[in-house]
Design a protein around this ligand. Sequence first.
Ligand code: PLP
Length: 399
Amino acid sequence: MTINTSVSQISPVMATYSRFPITLVKGKGSYVWDDQGKKYLDFTSGIATCNLGHVPDVVKAKLEEQLQNLWHCSNLYHIPNQQELAALLTANSCCDQVFFCNSGAEANEAAIKLARRYAQKVKGTDSFEVITFQQSFHGRTLATLSATGQEKIQQGFAPLVKGFSYLPFNDIEALEQIKTLEPAAILLELVQGEGGVIPANQEWVKKIAEICVEKDILLMVDEIQTGIGRTGTLFAYQQYGIEPDVISVAKGLGSGFPIGAIIAKEKAAKAFEPGTHGSTFGGNPLATAAGVATISHIIDSNLLKHVNEISVYFDEQLTKFKEKYTYIEDIRGKGLLKGIVVGNKAPQIVQKAIENELLILTAGPNVVRLLPPLTVTKEEINEFTKALEKTFQSIEKGE
Ligand SMILES: Cc1ncc(COP(=O)(O)O)c(C=O)c1O
């Protein structure tokens, strides 16, 4: 076999992301380093994934232990870490059983399949519709991009998977349409992340939950970005006084090791019988080792108390920016998922922040999204404040 060693001008990696011109090679806690040895304060956490900071010792130790024993076996056998992680997730939520997969999109895909099977095999109806919301984001597989209420994500992928209707977010009156649509489920984010860091109103969420109970429609919350302590409770729904039937999680669950899951109430979970859904890697020994260490650490170290305290300090610092810079329209979000609404300046601000050794994100063109690790300290927030101040000043001067 001849190996082609010619140097191509084209990147061997597909251009599905427009990447910043830095290469990250190392991380610890709230910091990452590039291949030139430059250190950055990371307030992106790999997009809400490295919730315990980079390379957390507890997760590293558990992964190292598992690496010595068994990396993978199929789901045809019992996997102790999987059992343990499922027990942790169900003991700390309103749900009873877990299905493991490898990403957020796969978790939502499983939720959508579960909703259809619940409607058709448990309830004995022919409904399949899942109601989602405008500006939502649920993933990039065909079904989850069809579930996503943003045209830009769907362009060029027609025909979409049928069976999704998008209602306006936070609009109580529009919920009347649920009754005529007779859906199998409603799927929502409690803070729309990619859509612009928009928290759901309490009253609106409660109304949805009421309709779901009344009509036996599955209430499914997409906690892929809001879950695993991000908003100050293990799951954001715990601040809304509701009990979802299905919770989808991924991102922070493995502290950076790929894993996804749906956690479902028994009444919904029983719609999946042997052979109805599966995944080769889902819940494998390594992924669930990372999950067990992550969830155990959040609970045992009382990390959520820290999140609630530090997010008050974070809010105070962000509010000062709003008072100072007139183009800041709003500061919104929950816990350590925050958005600064900045007109159309978000991409420019994120770009400029890199020069000040700070990594932050956009959520659309109008919002700067901030996702520090849950372990962030006051000193690190002060460092962030200085770097952001410098960034805002450069933007004001038109630099
Ligand atoms: C709310 C929400 N749902 C689903 C997804 C898709 O997750 P993944 O990229 O792991 O497929 C994301 C990713 O950003 C998300 O924020």
